[in-house]
Write a protein that binds this ligand. Structure first.
Ligand SMILES: Nc1ncnc2c1ncn2[C@@H]1O[C@H](COP(=O)(O)OP(=O)(O)OP(=O)(O)O)[C@@H](O)[C@H]1O
Length: 455
């Protein structure tokens, strides 16, 4: 069935122009000239998409109020805003209120058609995702029942279907990258790549080749950059505040011109990439001291999203701990252990400066290193001293001391050694049967036992 698009604009010429362009593309259209007729048309039959002028002269309600009314009746309805030159701010606030995207007057018909097609695709994908989730009962990737976690998931859900750039802020390890992945996975770009560039770990010298790629002297492609790799999908600029000023200028140019040149290259390359950025730093303070470009900040942060630190949502800790116990156990075969009430109380009152990542690492370390009966819950005295010390009376506890000093990588090795030793014993030293049981080639098991000092 042809899509039914409702075009709302007080100017007859524009209304008819838009309807004409969309009719030619095979869409069905209806038009409305004011807020009352628009809402009546919506109620008479729910359209697949609404194109809405932000200025509705002579109307009871302005465009933003019509948007709110439509979204209240149907939160999933894709709405594309038409804005005149000079009211981009209002258009941006419309996106924050749930519009899919905006198109600035005067516009080319190609651009209109592209935005409409994307918005329709986004809306059907969102419906499919929701139906799939309902059918399979798949939990959200982001665990937590606190109101902060709910608000965050809601914001992600709303932002995902828009095409706008998002600046994700929050302390280290709080879940910024997870939020970015969820935005990508719920967007119409989900089937295209999600590419990560971490500005904190790439040297300034290498940053540009990583982003833009390189050509050799003969003009052949030597290395594909992240922007090209992410074509059709999403590029996640992690710790964007650590990006050198010079690269910031180049990124800005990419955003303005929507094209770039590879290093050594003369030709312009065009890509279609949505950029999500993250920062643990206060970028406004960085702007004040001249380390971050204000113009880039505004371009990258069309929609801001804040991921709160764990200390702001302690109620989520028990759910997160339960989730990580399952996750760690199914990923590495470490047996699941219940976390006792006293241990959970300690985990919940601890400050977690490294946020969710630190909590996850501690759960993994605990599962690996906590001794005692595997069927009995892990108690507070088995917690690492750095965490256990939070509990009165446990400050001088020696029980957890050894756990604290073991780095996670070593802890994994210890687990592997214990695990393999136990399996070899179980099969009376028969390496072939052990290898078969643990799913390894015999020779690989031999090598592993050697590195672990077991043969
Ligand atoms: N709400 C959550 N539910 C489940 N897992 C989470 C949640 N939040 C974060 N995580 C997990 O915690 C770890 C750290 O999250 P992530 O890498 O997204 O943080 P970040 O803020 O991007 O960190 P950094 O500032 O170091 O880049 C990841 O393993 C992630 O999957």
């Amino acid at each position: 069935m042809a899509h039914d698009i409702l075009v709302v604009d007080d100017e007859k010429d524009i209304r008819e122009l838009i309807a004409g362009i969309l009719d030619d593309e095979g869409f069905g259209t209806r038009t409305a000239s004011c807020s009352d007729t628009a809402l009546a048309a919506f109620k008479a039959r729910r359209p697949s998409l609404v194109i809405l002028d932000i200025w509705l002269q002579g109307s009871k309600l302005d465009g933003l109020a019509v948007l709110d009314a439509l979204k209240e009746m149907d939160p999933d309805l894709p709405v594309v805003i038409i804005s005149g030159h000079g009211n981009i701010e209002t258009a941006v606030s419309a996106i924050k209120r749930g519009a899919y995207d905006y198109i600035e007057k005067p516009f080319k018909s190609d651009r209109l058609i592209l935005i409409v097609e994307r918005a329709l695709e986004a809306s059907s994908l969102r419906r499919e995702n929701r139906e799939l989730k309902q059918k399979t009962g798949t939990p959200d990737g982001m665990v937590g029942n606190s109101s902060a976690a709910h608000q965050l998931r809601q914001a992600i859900d709303r932002i995902a279907i828009t095409n706008s750039r998002v600046m994700i802020s929050g302390p280290s390890g709080s879940g910024k990258e997870l939020a970015a992945r969820m935005i990508h996975d719920m967007s119409p770009r989900a089937k295209s790549p999600f590419v990560v560039i971490n500005a904190a770990t790439i040297t300034p010298e290498r940053m540009e080749e990583e982003l833009f790629g390189i050509e050799d002297d003969a003009g052949n492609l030597r290395k594909v950059g992240a922007l090209e790799e992410a074509h059709g999908g999403t590029l996640y600029l992690d710790e964007v505040g650590d990006m050198p000023m010079e690269t910031q200028g180049k990124i800005l140019r990419v955003l303005v011109e929507q094209s770039f040149s590879r290093l050594n290259g003369a030709r312009k390359v065009q890509v279609d990439v949505r950029i999500l950025s993250s920062t643990a730093k206060d970028l406004e303070a960085e702007i004040d001291v001249g380390r971050f470009r204000q113009d880039l900040f505004h371009r990258l942060g069309v929609v801001p999203l804040r991921v709160p630190g764990l200390a702001e949502r302690r109620e989520d800790i028990p759910t997160l701990v339960g989730f990580f116990v399952q996750q760690v156990s199914s990923a590495s075969g470490i047996p699941m252990r219940e976390i006792g009430g006293d241990a959970m109380a300690v985990l919940q009152t601890h400050d977690w400066p490294g946020n969710v990542r630190q909590l996850r690492n501690n759960v993994e370390r605990l599962l690996i290193l906590a001794r005692g009966d595997a069927d009995s819950p892990i108690t507070a005295d088995l917690l690492p001293a750095e965490v256990g010390a939070m509990l009165p009376g446990l400050a001088s506890n020696g029980g957890g001391e050894h756990l604290m000093s073991v780095p996670l990588r070593e802890a994994r090795e210890i687990f592997e050694r214990d695990y393999l030793q136990a399996q070899i014993k179980r099969f009376d030293g028969n390496i072939s049967r052990t290898a078969e049981f643990v799913g390894m080639e015999r020779s690989a098991l031999h090598r592993k036992l050697k590195t672990l000092g077991l043969s």
